[in-house]
Unconditional design. Structure first.
Length: 201
């Protein structure tokens, strides 16, 4: 009994240590992400709603000729482009309006990836710039690679206002996203193992 408890305790310590190390690496990664450098040209950009400056950064790619079209995923079902621009306090020349598609189906990151994947396939897109917040980028990239593995993804991470290690929000959002990423990876891994086992029968 004592030996079993020791083994369980040891496994717990190792697991906690690995989790903590991963969290440190995760925070270092998101802290290093930024939009200081414009990405190379691509077939399209996908902007994930849910935070300030994301839509603004995505539209800038369109205006600067980096991409010819954009999908904004996660828009309210009844929202129009003019309403969205007004809400974000943004202006956009009328000539660019036809290049913007509003995705109204997604309500979370998994939905974003599914919605965008369908659009990418229908538009025969091969290269995509993914626009979202720094803390959200690792999980978003993971979900997109699961749903659209054939597409070349370039991350374009937006740094939210007051999002630095000096602010509590940085560590809280990083912790939340890190745990969500671990859960999604675990789920995908388990489902893949179950599928492999069924196929082997």
């Amino acid at each position: 009994m004592g030996r079993s408890l020791y083994t369980i305790g040891l496994v717990g310590v190792i697991a906690t240590t690995l989790w903590a190390l991963g969290y440190v690496l995760f925070t270092a990664l998101i802290f290093s992400l930024n939009t200081d450098t414009l990405p190379a040209k691509a077939d399209a950009a996908v902007v994930l709603t849910g935070g300030g400056q994301r839509i603004e950064s995505g539209l800038a790619l369109l205006e600067k000729g980096i991409v010819p079209k954009i999908l904004i995923s996660g828009v309210h079902p009844r929202a129009t482009l003019p309403q969205l621009l007004e809400q974000q306090k943004l202006t956009l020349a009328q000539e660019f309006h036809p290049a913007i598609v509003l995705g109204r189906q997604a309500t979370d990151t998994v939905g974003n990836a599914t919605e965008a994947s369908d659009w990418i396939k229908n538009e025969h897109i091969q290269t995509v710039i993914l626009v979202t917040a720094t803390y959200h980028m690792p999980r978003a990239m993971y979900e997109f690679k699961m749903t659209a593995p054939q597409v070349h993804l370039t991350p374009y991470a937006v740094v939210p206002n007051d999002y630095t290690p000096q602010h509590r929000k940085f560590w809280w959002l990083a912790l939340t996203e890190y745990n969500k990423l671990i859960l999604r990876w675990t789920r995908h891994t388990l489902m893949a193992d179950i599928k492999s086992s069924k196929d082997a029968l």
